[in-house]
Write a protein that binds this ligand. Structure first.
Ligand code: GLV
Length: 319
């Protein structure tokens, strides 16, 4: 029997799977586990099931000890994990791709609709008790039919967002490290372009690339200026892909029309300048937040852990 440390609350189905084979030490506090507590608890762990709010770095791996075999992130993004530090110690790192694709694309598209149709503004207005009535020019937004969606990062979530956009009558361009499957590109009518072209031709830009040194502030003042003043930017990937101060300035000055953000540079803090703006929709990192999806993510992370502890290949290793 091995010792598995779970760094936060996860659905019971995952814990049951782990408990059937191993001793499980799961943090169940209402708040995130503190760093000191985490460093203390991982000592002697054979496996760590980590949430994206926890930083898994060399210090944590060393605090666990040389018997640690696997770090299973309950997230598709793994910028909270120092994968090199894991590899250097012979520790397998895994994530949860696939199972959250549709839920995250739903939120991306929800934000596209909220931003372009000014739904947040309308909601705030009613809740504030402000007088209103139907008017020919009241809260006019922008249509999606016939417009162009630019997808930055055309992996599973980018493609799922593009599918939704196609159903709304949009044209698709994308920027990605590699060309997508030609049958899928044909079905979506999606054209691969470089980032410069994507920024200038898109009416809505949706970010779906991973976060890392290459994508830090991928969208800053220069990129925002390259966009049309009627363009909307949506980010459901990772906050630091966008320079939030530059985005707030661009939204305030009408450099772009609006934005929808599910992720933030310094979560859970939101740049104060964004909070004052009407033309940005802000939601608190809800991309994968459905009961079904979170359960599937936690179960996949448990399956990854169990496989490595059995000496088998995990279903979804990183890299
Ligand atoms: C959520 O943000 C994830 O990466 O799974």
């Amino acid at each position: 029997m091995s010792r598995v440390v779970v760094t936060g609350r996860v659905p019971e189905a995952a814990l049951e799977k782990l408990r059937a084979e191993h001793e499980v030490d799961a943090w169940t506090g209402p708040e995130s586990i503190g760093r000191e507590e985490l460093l203390r608890r991982v000592a002697g762990a054979d496996a760590i099931l980590s949430l994206l709010t926890e930083r898994v770095d060399g210090e944590l791996l060393d605090a666990a000890g040389p018997q640690l075999k696997v770090v299973s992130n309950v997230a598709v993004g793994y910028d909270n994990i120092d994968v090199r530090a894991c590899t250097a110690r012979g520790i397998v790192a895994t994530n949860t791709p696939g199972v959250l694709t549709e839920a995250t694309a739903d939120i991306a598209f929800g934000l596209i609709l909220m931003a372009t149709r000014r739904l947040g503004e309308g909601e705030r207005l009613i809740r504030a008790g402000q007088p209103w009535k139907w008017g020919m020019f009241f809260l006019l937004g922008s249509s999606l039919q016939g417009k162009t969606l630019g997808v930055v990062g055309m992996g599973g979530i980018g493609q799922a967002t593009a599918r939704r956009a196609k159903a709304f009558g949009m044209d698709i361009v994308y920027q990605s490290r590699s060309e997508i499957d030609s049958a899928i590109a044909a079905e979506l009518g999606a054209r691969r372009v470089d980032l410069d072209e994507l920024l200038t031709v898109s009416d809505v830009i949706s970010l779906h690339c991973p976060y890392g040194p290459n994508t830090h502030h991928l969208i800053g003042a220069e990129q925002l200026s390259a966009m049309k003043s009627s363009t909307y930017l949506v980010n459901t990937a990772r906050g630091p892909i966008v320079n939030e101060a530059a985005l707030a300035a661009a939204l305030r000055e009408g450099v772009i029309a609006g934005a929808g953000l599910d992720v933030f540079e310094k979560e859970p803090t939101v740049h104060p300048d964004l909070l004052d703006l009407e033309n940005v929709t802000l939601v608190p990192h809800l991309g994968s937040a459905t009961i079904e999806t979170r359960t599937a993510m936690a179960v996949l992370a448990a399956d990854n852990t169990l496989a490595v502890l059995r000496g088998e290949q995990p279903p979804t290793p990183i890299g």
